[in-house]
Write a protein that binds this ligand. Structure first.
Ligand SMILES: Nc1ncnc2c1ncn2[C@@H]1O[C@H](COP(=O)(O)OP(=O)(O)OP(=O)(O)O)[C@@H](O)[C@H]1O
Ligand SMILES: [Mg+2]
Length: 348
């Protein structure tokens, strides 16, 4: 009997929380086997770098245990300063020649010392008529940073088999679940950063990380109301009423969301200016910060685009005796990257 295809366990290590997702192929789609998240103490992951590997390792191990996940093959993704993604246009070469060329010439394309990075590349589907050249997506990631992640996972008896980039994982899960190749903007708003990735004709044409996120809201509440962070987080999530400070809270939300939307519009305007003949179809929102009440509608009004709060599990098979639908729907936007890692196959 053929061995059942095994997918890897997706582990998204954010600055606020670790998100884990395990899937199984089911016909043409997927079945959700396990999903969960666990918050991290502040500062243990910063700017995509592991500051306290032991703390993070323990949180991940506890989450694996809780979710009863036995598959040790995991995929993680990275973002931030330690990874550079760059599109280059080269004369047509065979895969072998390309590999050689990149090892020899990558230095001119990336701002890091070549000995300090892991390099990877992928040929992109060509969008132009010129057949004698091809677009290559070059990825360089700081060895130091990646090695810390790999070591941390190995110490928890896990087997890292994939290191992806946040934006690619998101793009993959969106394309897989939506099944369409429309031109879209993917926007992930996390705790400490916003990632904007514009996909045109199946290729990422504009990607940026901006240091804004849901932490801004918490920080401003702490300062404005002179309260503890824990209390501020509760007010932010609507778990506690702000009582007489309601107006201040609303002002903070309005200001911050206005700033987020300005950043999104800047990216979209730049794209539209360079690609007037390839209008965007929709904007797909993910990440915990995307759940701010009214944000979806606000971005829709400001950009004129269809805005979708991404639920990667919508079309998946879910055993509702094991996983509560309502809980799942509520965490779905921040699980998008973990789900994008969890659709990848383990190489045997
Ligand atoms: N309803 C909500 N309104 C506003 N913020 C929310 C809401 N729900 C969750 N958040 C915030 O979303 C953040 C967590 O989202 P997410 O898990 O995507 O972040 P992360 O991946 O850990 O962070 P990053 O990617 O920036 O490192 C937290 O700051 C949390 O307070
Ligand atoms: Mg994140």
């Amino acid at each position: 009997m053929a061995k059942k295809e095994q997918l890897i366990t997706g582990v998204d290590i954010g600055s606020h929380a670790v998100k884990i997702c395990q899937l199984q192929k089911a016909g043409k789609g997927y079945k959700l086997l396990a999903v969960g998240s666990s918050t991290l103490p502040p500062g243990v992951v910063e700017d995509g770098v592991l500051q306290e590997p032991e703390v993070v390792g323990k949180v991940i191990a506890a989450l694996f245990k809780n979710l009863k996940i036995k598959n040790p093959k995991v995929g993680i993704s990275i973002s931030g300063y330690s990874v550079i993604v760059k599109k280059i246009n080269l004369e047509y070469m065979s895969d072998e020649e390309l590999s050689e060329y990149i090892s020899a010439e990558a230095e001119q394309y990336i701002p890091f010392d070549i000995h300090d990075v892991y390099l990877d590349f992928q040929k992109l589907p060509s969008s132009s008529q010129e057949n004698d050249r091809s677009d290559i997506m070059l990825v360089a990631a700081k060895k130091e940073v990646i090695d810390d992640y790999l070591l941390m996972l190995k110490e928890q008896k896990l087997k890292p088999v994939l290191v992806d980039v946040d934006g690619f994982a998101l793009e993959n899960i969106w394309e897989e679940m939506s099944g369409n190749g429309e031109n879209i903007a993917l926007v992930d708003i996390g705790a400490s950063k916003m990632n904007i990735n514009i996909i045109s004709e199946g290729v990422s044409v504009l990607a940026r990380d901006i240091v804004v996120g849901s932490n801004q809201l918490t920080d401003q509440l702490v300062n404005a109301l002179d309260i503890e962070e824990e209390e501020a987080e509760k007010i932010k999530l609507g778990m506690t009423s702000a009582e007489e400070h309601q107006e201040t809270v609303e002002e903070i939300f309005t200001q911050t969301c206005t700033q987020w939307v300005l950043e999104i519009k800047k990216a979209i305007d730049l794209y539209q200016a360079n690609n007037p003949d390839k209008p965007l179809k929709a904007l797909i929102l993910s990440g915990g910060g995307a759940k701010v009440k009214g944000l979806t509608a606000y971005i829709g009004r400001e950009t004129g685009l269809d805005v979708i709060l991404f639920n990667p599990f919508e079309a998946m098979i879910v055993d509702e005796k094991k996983i509560d639908r309502q809980y799942l729907d509520s965490i779905a936007p921040e699980m998008a990257i973990a789900a994008g890692l969890a659709i990848r196959q383990a190489a045997f």
